[in-house]
Write a protein that binds this ligand. Structure first.
Ligand code: NAD
Ligand code: TYD
Length: 339
């Protein structure tokens, strides 16, 4: 690629910031415009490694804002779009769904329309395996699995996927969809399972495990996800869908116990609480297609990467203390008070 102008939306969130830091550390043939609204989940501190780079610019704004999005495409001559921006937490979508549909569906529509107007080269819609719904004890999600989303969050992501594909079929917009499994790693907001359990353990607080703790998620290190998105950016086929996963299924209770063990904390901190409504039982992803067609495969080993992640949270107390002392406290109370 020659120098290419990439619009990364949601680049101040967990995965988007890891992606930008990764991309700019490894290549100088790209110019990245990070468009992020800085919701509760957006944190510019995540971008310290990139903020002074000449080929990086931050724009604070909302992807649902047509005028602003048009201005950004025009001013920076955007050629590629990677849409990470989203409301991303299932529990929040149960507490209030409107903003999920506004950002994840309408916001994606605004970006797709601008991409048509400016005839961009590729649009990557960063989606999730949650659009496939829930699995029984056997089997894996493939790209051909039917869409069967169960939460307001996953239904908003599935809606955006269908819209993106419609823009490919109807207008020939070069859209590619990625569907990744559960990520973990540095800069993950402490509402998600792994950082929440690490931080509660460090603070000797109870660890709220939903239901029987036997729900299964398929875990991938965020750095493996970054490389997959970069691969799709370069080689993904327009109109294509690519599952991304590292074949590392874990029961929630086993992750929680592993975290306690690494931190030398007692299992008596575990507290089984009321289950999440509509809680998907199991996710597990088949990523044969991206391996065979595009040559990507995960390289990080779960045991090492989870240890790195735990160490990062130990070393970066200032980062998460600032978060949990703010608005997050109110949310935590609403969600867990009556469980
Ligand atoms: P996150 O919640 O950490 O970050 C989301 C970012 O989007 C934040 O910086 C936020 O400020 C920004 N944002 C929200 N609404 C916006 C708006 N209207 N306009 C502009 N910016 C806005 O999320 P994440 O975990 O980094 O997930 C990123 C993407 O990856 C999402 O699309 C999510 O659906 C998808 N995904 C996440 C996972 C996971 O395990 N976290 C797995 C698969 C796919
Ligand atoms: P989460 O990190 O919210 O990701 P997702 O629901 O999108 O997969 O949750 C991962 C799993 O952990 C999920 O089965 C719900 C469970 N969980 C708990 O048991 N307790 C918690 O406090 C949280 C946040 C999640």
């Amino acid at each position: 690629m020659s120098v290419n102008k990439i619009l990364v939306t949601g680049g101040a969130g967990f995965i988007g910031s890891n992606f930008i830091n990764y991309l700019l550390a490894n290549r100088d043939d790209v110019f990245v415009v990070n468009l992020d609204k800085l919701t509760y989940a957006g944190n510019l501190e995540n971008l310290k490694p990139s903020e002074n780079k000449k080929n990086y610019v931050f724009v604070k704004g909302d992807i649902t804002n047509n005028e602003l999005v048009d201005y950004v495409f025009n001013k920076y001559e955007i050629k590629y779009v990677i849409n990470f921006a989203a409301e991303s937490h299932v529990d929040r979508s149960i507490l209030g769904s409107e903003v999920f549909y506004r950002t994840n569906v309408i916001g994606t529509n605004v970006l797709l329309e601008a991409s048509r107007r400016y005839e961009i080269e590729k649009f990557i819609q960063v989606s999730t395996d949650e659009v496939y719904g829930s699995l029984g004890p056997e089997g894996l999600f493939t790209e051909n699995s039917p869409l069967s989303p169960n939460s307001p969050y996953s239904s908003s992501k599935a809606s955006a996927d269908l819209m993106a594909l419609a823009f490919f079929h109807t207008f020939g917009l070069p859209v590619v969809i990625t569907r990744c499994s559960n990520n973990y790693g540095q800069y993950q907001f402490p509402e998600k399972l792994i950082p929440l359990m690490i931080i509660n353990s460090l603070n000797n607080k109870k660890l709220p495990v939903y239901g029987d703790g036997l729900n299964v998620r398929d875990w991938i290190y965020v750095l493996d996800h970054n490389r997959a998105v970069e691969t799709v950016l370069e080689k993904g086929k327009p109109g294509g869908i690519y599952n991304i996963g590292a074949s590392r299924e874990m029961r929630n209770i086993d992750i929680v116990k592993l975290i306690l063990k690494k931190l030398n904390k007692p299992e008596s901190l575990i507290e089984f609480v009321k289950d999440r409504p509509g809680h998907d039982r199991r996710y597990a992803i088949d990523s044969t297609k991206i391996k065979n067609e595009l040559g990507w495969k995960p390289v990080y080993v779960f045991e090492d990467a989870i240890s790195e992640t735990i160490d990062w949270y130990i070393k970066n107390k200032v980062w998460w203390e600032r978060i949990i002392s703010g608005n997050y406290k109110e949310y935590y109370k609403t969600l867990y008070e009556n469980r």
